[in-house]
Design a protein around this ligand. Structure first.
Ligand code: NOJ
Length: 752
């Protein structure tokens, strides 16, 4: 057949009308030749693992399905050679020769691993974030992939949920900017370019709002709340051109997202105008059986009717849709509509033009882990570290004397990549211990002791750390004594502690988000030595750091920073790079404060000043976080001038420019993230006490000043009212500008 005949791939993410016409014509022609079964095949994502399986008959069955057009795309298969092999079966041996696309969770880099997404957001550097996605796409496409299940844009207000690590944090404005940057980075301006890949926005929707932070749990909230707080990043990502969307595991208004017509059709397509396709999450169609939505046939019908195009590995579509159409329970138009969307993606990816576009077997050697990519990852990693405390300017350390490096994270190359790093190459990375030794050379001595295991209980350790952190078989006492004797010989202690990477990510909900017991005991013992201590905190979530903040001299939050962790940490520890990261999720005082957001609503009885009975406060903990949203210190200091305003009154067509002049008053050149928040004082619905509405990351040399100006227009002041209309209501507003969400100056203005 004609499918592989050369067609002009529309070479951009928003093709010209003529190209679209050509594409439609091509797809019409192809679909006319397709059987119902072949169309359903396009709606089926096959599991790549089957092709590699040693289990009898599994590989053969996979090949049979590809040959007979019973699958249109493949999950979890990469490597240009292998992808080429499977593509060849589809293209040469199937009746209509339709090429497949190949997808993987390329979440924060490929073999050059960037910091986990939560950390990346803390750079507030949208260009660096976009570049990280570009690098990921370059490496992934060199290995046969053209589709990534990223960005994850789920807003999360509860760090008990392990997947907070995978998103940009708690704020919808920042989350939207990050989502756009990631999509731009992956897709570039031309989907058919052999170095770009199709983004998949996930998880639609509201997956980050599961009750009690428990994985896959029920979500229930008003539409008003979802429109204002949770939906903006999904919309921003598709407005930026993302061509695919993944449905989430949770319910929305009582119906699982995967079978939710309102979500996948009314909102996504009719209201937002999404033109791409929707894939289910892994087996989330058949998961609806456990949700109690019916048997396989019923859930398959529910999903296709809701607007879910591609079945990820549950095979519910493959088993049920043919019969559903033949018996008239669902219409042929529904199948055609979804099939067309998938073929369109293939067309835009350029696969009909050249099915082997992403299978250049010589490319990977040239680009994967190349020096430029690693340098980019190192630079970016250093930008994501957040300096939470630096008493007496302990940091940066000098490259002299003796430095004791202790802790279970100090000598590791497996854990640093963080979750979702299938293609990490730990054999190519160095440990922190090696990184610090390299950085100081012969000028200083790095002494090392492990100090303790991740956690005392070996069984819990196994459950948490799985293969990522190996357990030291020495006794707790021996480990601690070794650390104390190393500390006794040192001038300063650097403690590399925290969670292991598997304690965040999918399926890693926790109710205790403090430092694990053995590590806390280690820190307490080290603190008793009276030596200055720097804590390097490796986590995939915000954690409770009250004790650490009280007793340690310096705390640097380093997350899981990827393949270049060691060098990036050394860069910041020794002051070659000045820290500039700022939190994008509040660090709470207590896990009981969740769900938490700095952008909360005033109740009718807000707390003003100290605790008062019958006000919105707790008896046993303060309302605010320990480290607020937007917070992060530097080695230098920045002075903020008072806010100047171009006007204090504006109308709906007008603009007010609010400006501050920032001066670097310290001893280092450094970057500052200047943040603007707005409060809408009166509204037809309650309005948050402040909301991020702008930010700028600036670089200032010592002594240098720079004026940052934020434009405020009616658009800036819009929100969703009770009817979920996007409106700005005239009245009083407060603009706040500062280095974080807490320490702001304010001015008032009026919208007429
Ligand atoms: C399940 C996860 O929820 C999703 O984020 C991921 O993309 C798929 N599995 C595919 O691996």
């Amino acid at each position: 057949m004609a499918a592989v005949l050369v067609v002009l791939a529309a070479c951009c993410t928003s093709p010209e009308k003529a190209d679209l016409k050509k594409m439609d014509f091509f797809i019409d022609d192809l679909m006319e030749q397709m059987t119902l079964r072949e169309k359903i095949g396009q709606l089926t994502l096959l599991e790549g693992e089957a092709y590699r399986s040693a289990k009898e008959g599994r590989k053969e069955e996979f090949i049979r399905r590809v040959r007979e057009g019973e699958g249109g795309s493949v999950l979890d298969m990469y490597g240009a050679r292998q992808v080429r092999e499977v593509q060849r079966i589809a293209v040469d041996q199937s009746r209509l020769h339709i090429p497949m696309f190949f997808g993987l969770d390329v979440i924060h880099g490929f073999s050059t691993v960037f910091p986990i997404p939560l950390a990346l957001a803390c750079s507030w550097d949208m260009e660096a974030i976009e570049r990280s996605a570009r690098v990921a796409a370059r490496e992934a496409t060199a290995e046969g992939l053209c589709w990534t299940f990223s960005p994850m844009v789920d807003i999360c207000h509860d760090a008990r949920w392990g997947r907070i690590a995978e998103g940009a944090g708690e704020d919808p404005y920042l989350g939207s900017r990050v989502a756009e940057a990631m999509v731009r980075g992956y897709q570039g301006t031309c989907l058919a370019d052999s170095t770009t890949m199709m983004a998949c926005v996930k998880h639609f929707g509201l997956y980050g709002a599961g009750e009690a932070g428990r994985e896959y749990n029920t979500v229930d909230m008003s539409h008003w709340r979802m429109y204002n707080e949770y939906l903006p990043p999904y919309k921003a990502a598709i407005d930026a051109g993302a061509f695919s969307m993944m449905s989430s595991f949770n319910t929305v208004d009582g119906v699982p997202a995967t079978g939710n017509y309102w979500l996948l059709t009314e909102l996504l397509r009719n209201e937002w105008g999404f033109q791409g396709f929707v894939v289910s999450d892994y087996a989330s169609i058949s998961d609806m059986i456990d949700h109690g939505m019916g048997d396989t046939a019923a859930v398959a019908e529910l999903a296709i009717e809701a607007g879910l195009d591609l079945d990820m590995c549950s095979d519910a579509y493959a088993h049920s849709l043919e019969q559903a159409v033949r018996s008239g329970r669902i219409s042929m138009e529904l199948i055609d509509q979804s099939c067309r969307r998938i073929l369109k993606a293939k067309y835009l990816l350029g696969l009909f033009d050249d099915p082997y576009r992403y299978c250049d077997t010589t490319m990977a050697e040239r680009v994967v882990l190349c020096p430029e990519h690693r340098a980019e990852a190192r630079r970016t990693a250093a930008e994501t570290f957040v300096l939470l405390k630096n008493q007496g300017n302990l940091l940066p350390l000098q490259k002299k004397g003796r430095i004791a490096l202790v802790g279970p994270m100090a000598d590791d190359t497996l854990n640093i990549s963080g979750m979702w790093s299938w293609c990490a190459r730990p054999d190519q990375y160095i440990t922190l211990r090696e990184g610090l030794r390299k950085a100081v050379g012969s000028n200083a001595e790095i002494l090392y002791a492990r100090g303790c295991n991740l956690i005392y209980d070996a069984a819990t350790d196994k459950k948490y750390a799985r293969k990522y952190i190996t357990r030291d078989s020495r006794s707790d006492k021996e480990l601690l004594n070794e650390a104390l004797s190393v500390a006794a010989r040192a001038d300063v202690i650097v403690a590399a502690v925290g969670e292991c990477s598997e304690m965040s990510g999918e399926g890693a909900s926790m109710v205790n988000i403090q430092l694990p017991d053995a590590q806390r005991d280690l820190l307490e013992a080290l603190a008793k030595t009276g030596k200055p201590i720097v804590m390097l905190n490796f986590t995939g979530r915000p954690v409770v750091l009250n004790w650490e903040n009280e007793h340690l001299d310096a705390i640097l939050q380093v997350w899981f920073a990827g393949s270049e962790t060691a060098d990036a940490v050394a860069d910041v520890l020794f002051g070659d790079v000045v820290p500039s990261g700022k939190l994008t999720t509040t660090f709470p005082r207590h896990v009981g404060q969740y769900p938490f957001s700095y952008a909360c609503y005033n109740t009718g009885r807000p707390q003003y000043g100290d605790f008062q009975r019958c006000r919105t406060n707790y008896l046993d903990v303060e309302n605010d976080g320990l480290f607020p949203f937007g917070y992060g210190l530097s080695y230098t200091s920045f002075d903020y001038s008072p806010i100047t305003m171009s006007d204090t009154v504006m109308n709906s067509k007008g603009e007010i420019v609010a400006s501050v002049t920032i001066t670097n008053t310290g001893n280092y050149d450094g970057c500052e993230v200047v943040q603007m928040y707005i409060r809408d004082v009166y509204g037809s619905v309650v309005r948050p006490v402040k909301e991020l509405k702008g930010f700028e990351r600036i670089m200032l040399k010592k002594g240098e000043s720079h004026t940052v100006s934020f434009s405020i227009t009616e658009e800036t002041l819009k929100f969703y009212n009770a009817a979920c209309q996007h409106v700005a209501e005239p009245g009083d507003f407060v603009v706040m500008i500062g280095p974080n969400s807490r320490d702001v100056q304010q001015r008032r203005f009026v919208l007429n």
